[in-house]
Design a protein around this ligand. Structure first.
Ligand code: ATP
Ligand code: MG
Length: 279
């Protein structure tokens, strides 16, 4: 097993959201003709520093993916701000936006839906360079990234259906690395994978933080998975951050009810496994 992710000294946040609130209007008006809205994120503060791995954990529907969409600029928040390198991403020129888009990349839960099934892997890997208009020696960049994620060059000629889920998630991570990001945001990157290969993908993400100095935002339902990969964890419940702490402190002295529930879920699973082993 490789070394734990250490948090070196970190300086100011590289990517941060301050007091972000997101509401959605519900499609159907009420009988009175008003259109109710749903507050999905409620005055959220969240940040990651250079080279830091942070976690975000919370029950289903607590707002984690909405936070991801706002942190990556896919959605503009109704209130509040997102800063990259100290500058508001929604309040700058095209050059600032381009830098932000290259610098913050995301890995989603299901690699099969994030890769086009009709495209060879090599073409998929080049696609972010084309869409972000990044110039340079693209072939060299592809080989470099394949090495970083532990894939052979033969992968380039193949199609997604020829790979297992774990290999495909490696390819999705490679694709996210292509533009040379400073921050990787992984939204439930192992929850669609077989338990037996989850650890490989988690170790790869840790290695990328340690070897490339990337910042990582790791999002999951499961506190133990987040604890393995990160050094500071925010717990989310019903659109709010209810607790922030080091993983071990959250395990040993959970303060918020949502944190206690997440710790309880792990203990229940473990007792269940132990029970099965004894049966
Ligand atoms: N575009 C939208 N319009 C209306 N409601 C939305 C929209 N996107 C998300 N929601 C609602 O916001 C809430 C939070 O959703 P979100 O997907 O962010 O949660 P999550 O924590 O990622 O959940 P999961 O763990 O299941 O992935 C849910 O109630 C969801 O139905
Ligand atoms: Mg989600």
């Amino acid at each position: 097993m490789n070394a734990p992710v250490e948090t070196p000294l970190l300086g100011r946040p590289l990517l941060e959201m301050r007091q972000v609130t997101q509401t959605y209007s519900l499609a159907r008006p009420t009988l009175l003709g008003t259109r109710p809205s749903l507050t999905v994120l409620d005055h959220i503060d969240f940040d990651v520093r250079p080279g830091e791995a942070v976690g975000l954990v919370g029950e289903s529907g607590s707002g984690k993916t909405t936070l991801t969409r706002i942190l990556t600029g896919m959605e503009k928040p109704r209130e509040g701000h997102v800063f990259y390198n100290g500058a508001d991403i929604w309040d700058g020129d095209g050059e600032r936006w381009r830098t932000f888009r290259r610098s913050v990349q995301v890995v989603m839960q299901n690699p099969r839906s994030s890769l086009d099934p009709r495209m060879r892997i090599g073409v998929s890997l080049l696609e972010p360079l084309r869409s972000l208009k990044i110039e340079g020696d693209h072939a060299t960049r592809v080989f470099e990234v394949l090495d970083q994620v532990g894939l052979s060059r033969q992968a380039l000629e193949r199609y997604p259906h020829e790979f297992s889920g774990g290999q495909l998630q490696r390819i999705a991570i490679a694709r996210a690395l292509m533009p040379g990001p400073k921050v990787l945001i992984a939204d439930e990157p192992v929850s669609a994978l077989d338990v037996s290969i989850q650890a490989q993908v988690l170790n790869l993400l840790k290695d990328l933080v340690n070897n490339l100095g990337l910042s990582l935002v790791f999002i999951a339902h499961d506190l133990s998975v987040v604890a393995y990969t990160t050094s500071r964890v925010s717990v989310m419940s019903a659109g709010k951050i209810v607790e922030v702490g080091k993983p071990m402190d959250l395990f040993v002295r959970p303060q918020a009810e949502a944190t206690r529930n997440l710790v309880g879920a792990i203990l229940t699973v473990e007792s269940g496994l132990a029970g099965n082993a004894l049966a």
